[in-house]
Design a protein around this ligand. Structure first.
Ligand SMILES: Cc1cc2nc3c(=O)[nH]c(=O)nc-3n(C[C@H](O)[C@H](O)[C@H](O)COP(=O)(O)OP(=O)(O)OC[C@H]3O[C@@H](n4cnc5c(N)ncnc54)[C@H](O)[C@@H]3O)c2cc1C
Ligand SMILES: NC(=O)c1ccc[n+]([C@@H]2O[C@H](COP(=O)([O-])OP(=O)(O)OC[C@H]3O[C@@H](n4cnc5c(N)ncnc54)[C@H](OP(=O)(O)O)[C@@H]3O)[C@@H](O)[C@H]2O)c1
Length: 287
């Protein structure tokens, strides 16, 4: 693990206190947007060497507090899905703010011009390579589990590989849907994407947001809504079938496990990079 002591910029004068930290794997924050008191998104510069597949995650973070005895600081890193697509010049992230969380209690205060640490080693299972060809892809998210799908919804391959793209997002409260809703809406007027992927590509998307603890246009857990058949009727699609449907899941552990069991009951099998099949799953956070 890297350890750092604060160092002074060589061009700085004595008046430049406090001392500026030189971060390992530093990237500069270019934009920050607060969506609610517990959710925000931000963009950072992209390391020239970083290649990733849409849907993957990296470790990002800040320097931790100095050790009271030695004064040394260690990087405090957490897994984050890259919310921007693989072709984007910058990197976007969509983050929770855990008030007593070691990282996000601090990260929520970043501003443009600040630096974060970004380890350029992308990994993950929510990638097209882990799925066999199909007709319809389902992206199932709860909470910040929307992040990898924010990447995949802007990935041309998603529309090359599938005739239909269903994105479901279940949150407790209505304002927690705003980041995803704005992203899906903006696809319609995104000139670059319409030019690169094809005019009107976004018509392949069926967006299905639901809330569980606050009134909204659609209430209920997506699992219950599919079990009852209501979600399929609302979306105007046939129930999930291993011949035609592929799925990616990203949410809390209970959600992932419940949905995984449902998909298996419907005949889908879990795939991996080395062994592509009908669905893949990744945790949105560790419990
Ligand atoms: C593969 C993977 C990808 C991830 N991608 C993202 C991402 O894109 N965006 C993101 O915000 N987080 C993501 N996380 C979670 C992230 O790694 C951190 O847990 C989160 O940033 C909080 O860090 P912390 O140090 O403040 O608190 P931690 O000590 O890490 O977490 C404290 C508690 O907060 C809750 N919590 C943590 N993360 C979340 C969350 N995202 N949503 C709701 N509750 C949470 C959990 O109950 C956890 O026990 C991902 C985790 C994994 C394993
Ligand atoms: N969201 C908030 O407003 C809020 C505020 C303060 C603190 N917190 C805390 O933050 C942590 C994470 O909260 P979160 O809301 O981001 O994520 P979450 O608890 O994972 O819930 C996100 C969504 O997933 C649904 N869900 C949970 N289990 C499911 C399952 N098995 N099948 C289908 N859907 C399922 C939830 O429905 P249900 O509502 O039916 O469970 C909710 O709509 C929790 O510890 C929470 O106490 C959350």
């Amino acid at each position: 693990m890297t350890e750092m002591t604060p160092v002074t910029d060589t061009n700085a004068t004595a008046a430049d206190a406090p001392k500026k930290m030189v971060l390992p794997d530093a990237q500069t924050v270019t934009e920050v947007k607060h969506w609610t008191d517990r959710l925000f998104s931000f963009r950072v510069t992209r390391p020239a060497s970083l290649r990733f597949r849409s849907g993957e995650f990296v470790m990002i973070g800040l320097m931790g507090d100095p050790d009271p005895k030695t004064g040394k600081q260690k990087p405090l890193l957490r897994a984050y899905s890259i919310a921007s697509p693989s072709w984007d010049e910058e990197l976007e992230f969509y983050s929770i703010k855990v008030q007593d969380g070691p990282l996000t209690s601090k990260l929520q205060h970043i501003e443009p011009g600040d630096e974060i640490i970004l380890r350029p080693k992308p990994v993950g299972t929510l990638v097209h390579d882990a799925l066999l060809p199909g007709k319809r892809i389902w992206f199932f998210a709860t909470g910040t589990g929307f992040a990898p799908f924010a990447s995949l919804l802007r990935e041309p391959q998603t529309y090359e590989d599938y005739d239909e793209v269903v994105i479901t997002h279940t949150c407790r409260e209505a304002d927690e849907l705003h980041y995803g809703a704005a992203l899906v809406e903006n696809l319609k007027t995104d000139e670059l994407l319409n030019e690169v992927i094809g005019e009107g590509f976004w018509k392949k998307i069926k967006y299905y947001p639901t809330t569980t603890r606050e009134e909204s246009a659609k209430m209920g857990r997506i699992t219950d809504l599919m079990r009852s058949g209501e979600a399929f009727a609302d979306l105007g699609v046939a129930p999930i079938n291993p011949e035609t449907d592929r799925a990616m899941i990203c949410g809390n552990l209970a959600f992932n496990l419940e949905l995984k069991a449902m998909l298996e009951d419907w005949g889908l099998e879990e795939g991996a990079n080395s062994d592509p099949k009908q669905y893949v799953v990744e945790k949105a956070f560790l419990d």
